[in-house]
Design a protein around this ligand. Structure first.
Ligand code: PHE
Length: 441
């Protein structure tokens, strides 16, 4: 059977950006940055994006397109001997883990569309806004109900196939989201009369960094770009040979960073203006944004549309995870697409119920995936490049569109000598710190 592909270059970039841009940028980035002291963490994050995440993204795209196969088969095709195919399997496990908690948070977002629509967020003071979030989080029925709706939506798109579903939805809606984020940013910054939020995000205080922050900056880079579990490998397999791969990867990384950065500019000023602690954890977005909406013209409408588009951004990311699972079931068990989708969604719902009822499980899955599973997956993927593919074949793939990739030597140097060892070093430092040995004071 012929594999489906993306119809156009813009479509492929939009779909990959749709996978990258999601709750990772708007929910996770601000809360993790807030917990790790702001600007210094942002700098680390940028550094890791360029030196580690971008080379991994280029590698995933290339491996996918080189083989044209789903992630579990891609590594086996390129290296039939050895255990590299394990990367694909760990990706499948990872997709389950992330989807289960991701859709609970996405469900909260959808619940906030409902709350906005019914006017229940209107006129609340910051304390009441925080209480509303606490209530949302602590009522398992709310979380389970909306998570199931989210997963069904994701399943619906995936069941309808790659180009018709994913491509069409991502292309129209992402630019609208970007526009709204900018509007909300402007209002949030104007609320923060002392500019504390801007300082928090832009004036680095390195004394706030610990080895935990280093690992979390790395984890956030992987999570945000959907790396380390084969999502981008799978998407790479849908990209046409005529497309400039390195350039596409750079565009996706830039869009992804820009939206996370804007999300920071949107959340922190408002947090300071409304007395919400920027380090208050996973509830940060839900505890700050309703306050901005309450203080802007047409806030009622903007609140509805904003949360709705956030749902869409979450769905386009969730789709890319489900796609990994469905692609696996399709190729391995020869299932039909709708049946594979229903099976994957049902299994995820079971795991999701655990996250929805028991918030430590949600935190644990969030931590485990971003800070352990994804960077570890990324480590093996990037190691695979010099060990099993080699510079010549890699270059051929990256230049298959007929142009030259001038920065190839830089890419290859990073892939061979920097990225894998940096990931390993950060991991080992973190483990030593668990054992009480601090490499960094
Ligand atoms: N990158 C997505 C986001 O930022 C999350 C994601 C992680 C998607 C891993 C796919 C794979 O929301």
């Amino acid at each position: 059977m012929k594999r489906e592909g993306f119809n156009s270059k813009a479509g492929a970039i939009a779909a990959a950006a749709g996978s990258a841009v999601g709750l990772g940028n708007i929910w996770r980035f601000p809360y993790v940055t807030g917990e790790n002291g702001g600007a210094a963490f942002l700098l680390l994050y940028v550094l890791f994006m360029i030196l580690i995440a971008l080379p991994v993204l280029m590698s995933e795209f290339s491996i996918g397109r080189m083989t044209g196969k789903p992630v579990t088969d891609a590594f086996k095709t390129l290296s039939p001997k050895g255990y590299w195919y394990g990367i694909g399997f760990s990706g499948v496990v990872c997709a389950f883990v992330i989807m289960s908690f991701y859709n609970v948070v996405a469900g909260w977002t959808m619940y906030y569309v409902y709350l906005s629509l019914t006017g229940k967020l209107q006129g609340l003071n910051p304390e009441e806004v925080s209480q509303t979030f606490e209530h949302t989080m602590s009522d398992p029925l709310i979380s389970i109900f909306w998570m199931i709706i989210m997963l069904s939506l994701t399943g619906y798109v995936v069941a309808h196939g790659v180009s018709k579903g994913i491509e069409r939805y991502s292309k129209i809606l992402m630019p609208i989201l970007l526009f709204l984020i900018i509007v909300v940013c402007v209002r949030s910054i104007s609320l923060d009369t002392e500019n504390k939020g801007i300082y928090f995000l832009l004036a680095p205080d390195f004394s706030k960094l610990s080895i935990k922050s280093v690992l979390e900056a790395l984890g956030q880079a992987f999570f945000s770009l959907s790396l380390g579990m084969g999502t981008m490998t799978t998407y790479g397999s849908y990209i046409s040979k005529k497309q400039n791969l390195p350039k596409s990867a750079m565009s996706v990384a830039m869009i992804d960073f820009f939206i996370a950065f804007l999300a920071g500019l949107m959340i922190f000023p408002c947090a300071f203006a409304c007395g919400v602690n920027p380090g208050s954890g996973p509830g940060l977005v839900f505890e700050t944004l309703p306050n901005v909406f309450n203080q802007m013209p047409m806030g009622y409408l903007i609140s509805i549309v904003f949360f709705l588009l956030l749902v869409v951004a979450a769905v386009t990311s969730s789709i890319s995870m489900l796609e990994v699972l469905v692609d696996f079931l399709l190729s391995r068990y020869n299932m039909k697409r709708p049946r594979a989708t229903v099976l994957a969604v049902s299994l995820t719902i079971i795991l999701g119920i655990g996250c929805a009822t028991f918030s430590p499980m949600l935190d644990f899955f969030d931590n485990l995936s971003a800070n352990v599973l994804l960077p570890l997956g990324g480590f093996f993927i990037i190691l695979f490049v010099p060990l099993c593919i080699g510079a010549k074949k890699m270059r051929e793939e990256m230049e298959a569109h007929g142009g030259k990739f001038k920065l190839f030597p830089v890419f290859y140097f990073l892939a061979k000598w920097v990225a894998p060892w940096a990931i390993l070093f950060i991991f080992i430092s973190k483990m030593l710190s668990w054992m009480g040995i601090e490499l960094f004071a």
